[in-house]
Design a protein around this ligand. Sequence first.
Ligand SMILES: Cc1cc2nc3c(=O)[nH]c(=O)nc-3n(C[C@H](O)[C@H](O)[C@H](O)COP(=O)(O)O)c2cc1C
Length: 189
Amino acid sequence: MTLIELDKAAWINLERAGTDSGSALRYLNFCTVDRDGHPQARLVVLRAANREDRTIEIHTDIRSAKWREVSANPAVTVLAFDAARGQQLRLRGKAERHGRGSPKAADAWDRLSPWTRSTYTGGPPGESSADVELETASAGGKEGKFVFGVIVFQAFQLDWFQLKRGGNRRAMFLYGSGSELVDAREINP
Ligand SMILES: Cc1cc2nc3c(=O)[nH]c(=O)nc-3n(C[C@H](O)[C@H](O)[C@H](O)COP(=O)(O)O)c2cc1C
């Protein structure tokens, strides 16, 4: 595959993961910088990807640490691994928050299953479970919608790595301000 084909295939696979819960790229490491300047990582579900805009959407609770961290510092790295293809995608970019009252959060909420909605009705993530009842009440109780948010990650660089017997391969892709591919280089693995 040419470099341009590699980049395109990577984004097509990310897009597919948004609609296919069995996709290898469905779970991503979403990495932020915490308030101590320390790298922080956690798994999230890829909810949607768009290869034209180079964006990936995830859902979260606006009371979570990642929500605050993205506000203080929008620098984010997303790490994905496709075991069947032996491919690692390391995407550098920035994240944008769409919280309560935003059209994007309202639209995403409308399309959630009742079960997924119910996962937003508990207490604030990371706090003692003993406080759940109290915190849930103060957060609006049954209305998980109030604490539901969408984070849109936009990539400006893809570090692509394939682990393959007989020849590992690595390539770096840079995206411009219009999300177009501006540089593609094969680099040493
Ligand atoms: C397989 C898996 C998928 C997860 N998906 C999400 C997700 O889509 N959104 C989310 O906020 N947390 C998700 N979590 C929980 C996060 O990994 C994390 O523990 C939680 O969001 C708190 O993170 P924070 O305190 O760094 O914000 C998932 C966990 C696992 C194990």
